[in-house]
Design a protein around this ligand. Structure first.
Ligand code: HEC
Ligand code: HEC
Ligand code: HEC
Ligand code: HEC
Length: 384
């Protein structure tokens, strides 16, 4: 007999502890899409972190309903502290712990209570960071595993999970941020024992466990329901942001400073450079987004258009003439150059590779090599 459960240590729905005004709508939409996807995947329980409350307790309650999972927190009176589930005849207890003045005490009390209710196997979900999680593991040597989350996940960079550790018999399991990895913990219960021998060759007798980290990436394919959910999410975000940012015009450029004019103007005098540029992916960068309903997506648009959020440039609501990565991305805004072409001080004649790094950086782009990349955007007529 076998049974599965999906459980998470936070942050689950929101990475950062507070929502930014412009992004609030989009981040909420995303959180609900995630909640529905987690429901499709059969979420059992999760430990909310402070950032899961970024949109307030009522919104978290709605997200919980949408996800059909149970929020667990040993130290927050608003939530259940533990649950015990019968899984293939074994009673498995899950306890959630969040940051609080006494997370270790809270964990101890909740674990003891779950034991009283018959839990034979215990897993703690800790949105508390690794140090605290390890202290909890030290205090509670008869846990099977503690899943390490954190209070918040700030910034866009992906983190790499440290290897799975064993403290005594307790597995300390941490995954990368942004739901990039899933830890798969298999428990084989034999002869009624709930002490699990470590990974490796299964022992001849007794119970044992196996644990591994699985990377989540595009090549894995997508569940059709989740794929449909995401597509409708992107369309909704696109429509809403198109409306919402309709009136957001670019800030004007400072008096006497250049503004962006768009590639059509440059083409008039630099048809050779234009022909080369037109063959590069830069020329199609905005279509790439549009074809995926992401032309107004705040996560994407900034690097796929020209002069984004710059004076005299573009905004999420106004990219006309500046779609894609155009000349002025690298050479700077061109209105003054267009008027006085022979004054070389009015333009960036030789863009430095550091300009490329403004967009070609992790996590979206790994291993960027400026020399090789320059070779791909230059050619006879454009800098060669
Ligand atoms: C009215 C014609 C005209 C227009 C429009 C024009 N340029 Fe130029 N550009 C020139 C001339 C003339 C030069 C100087 C001679 C040369 O290098 O070809 C020049 C030079 C340049 C240089 C080399 C500067 C250097 O210091 O080596 C770059 C880069 C450049 N232009 C980019 C652009 C961009 C980007 C646009 C559109 C925003 C643009 N130009 C629009 C005429 C024009
Ligand atoms: C404003 C952001 C931005 C800047 C700055 C930028 N790029 Fe890009 N670059 C992009 C985007 C977006 C794409 C992908 C476009 C697509 O496929 O839709 C891209 C694609 C490329 C590609 C094709 C993909 C590949 O890796 O072969 C090359 C080459 C490239 N850029 C080189 C450069 C170089 C060299 C610089 C600096 C001189 C630079 N880029 C600056 C945004 C930027
Ligand atoms: C930090 C800048 C940046 C942001 C933000 C960004 N992109 Fe890109 N994107 C790039 C660059 C640079 C490339 C070129 C990468 C390469 O091929 O080397 C690229 C390439 C792409 C490509 C074509 C190459 C591929 O990977 O298949 C797609 C599709 C794409 N981006 C979609 C998106 C979407 C969707 C978002 C928002 C979720 C997004 N991008 C956000 C900079 C960015
Ligand atoms: C991704 C960055 C990037 C984009 C986009 C780009 N350029 Fe350039 N451009 C460069 C670099 C890098 C050089 C070479 C500078 C050097 O010689 O070191 C260059 C050189 C030039 C030169 C001077 C050399 C020559 O061949 O005359 C002109 C003019 C020029 N670009 C115009 C354009 C125009 C017009 C466009 C748009 C149609 C454009 N560039 C788009 C990066 C870019």
């Amino acid at each position: 007999m076998r049974a599965n459960a999906l459980a998470l240590a936070g942050p689950t729905f929101f990475g950062e502890p507070s929502l930014k005004t412009d992004r609030a709508d989009q981040d909420r939409e995303k959180a609900f899409a995630l909640a529905r996807a987690l429901k499709t995947m059969g979420l059992l329980a999760f430990a909310p972190s402070p950032s899961d409350l970024a949109a307030g307790p009522d919104e978290l309650a709605r997200l919980v309903t949408a996800s059909a999972g149970t929020p667990l927190s040993a130290d927050n009176a608003g939530f259940l502290r533990w649950i015990v589930r019968d899984m293939a005849g074994v009673k498995v207890g899950f306890v959630g712990v969040g940051p609080s003045p006494q997370p270790r005490e809270a964990a101890k009390t909740a674990v003891a209570a779950a034991r009283t209710e018959g839990a034979q196997v215990l897993v703690v979900l800790g949105s508390v960071g690794r140090g605290e999680a390890k202290r909890i593991a030290d205090d509670l040597p008869d846990l099977t595993a503690i899943v390490v989350g954190s209070e918040a996940s700030v910034g866009e960079a992906n983190t790499l999970a440290p290897p799975i550790e064993r403290l005594g018999d307790v597995l300390v399991i941490e995954t990368g941020n942004h739901l990039q990895q899933v830890a798969v913990l298999d428990l084989w219960v034999r002869e009624g024992s709930f002490r699990f021998a470590a990974d490796g060759t299964p022992p001849v007798q007794g119970s044992f466990s196996r644990v591994s980290l699985v990377d989540v990436h595009e090549r894995m394919g997508k569940d059709p329901e989740v794929r449909a959910e995401l597509l409708s999410l992107y369309k909704r975000i696109d429509d809403r942001n198109r409306e919402r940012f309709r009136d957001r015009l670019p800030r004007p450029s400072a008096p006497g400073a250049a503004r962006y004019v768009g590639v059509e103007e440059c083409k008039a005098c630099h048809v050779g450079s234009w022909k080369v540029w037109k063959t590069t992916q830069h020329a199609r960068a905005f279509e790439t987004l549009q074809s995926a309903f992401k032309g107004h997506n705040l996560d994407c648009v900034g690097c796929h258009v020209t002069g984004y959020d710059e004076p005299g440039g573009s905004t999420v609501g106004h990219v006309e003439r500046l779609e894609g990565v155009q000349c002025e991305t690298c050479h700077g805004p061109g209105s003054l150059h267009v008027k006085t072409p022979l004054d070389p001080s009015l333009l960036v004649g030789k863009p430095k590779p550091t300009r490329c790094l403004g967009c070609h950086h992790p996590p979206h782009v790994e291993g960027f090599d400026a020399e090789t990349a320059l070779g791909r955007i230059l050619g006879p007529g454009h800098g060669k």
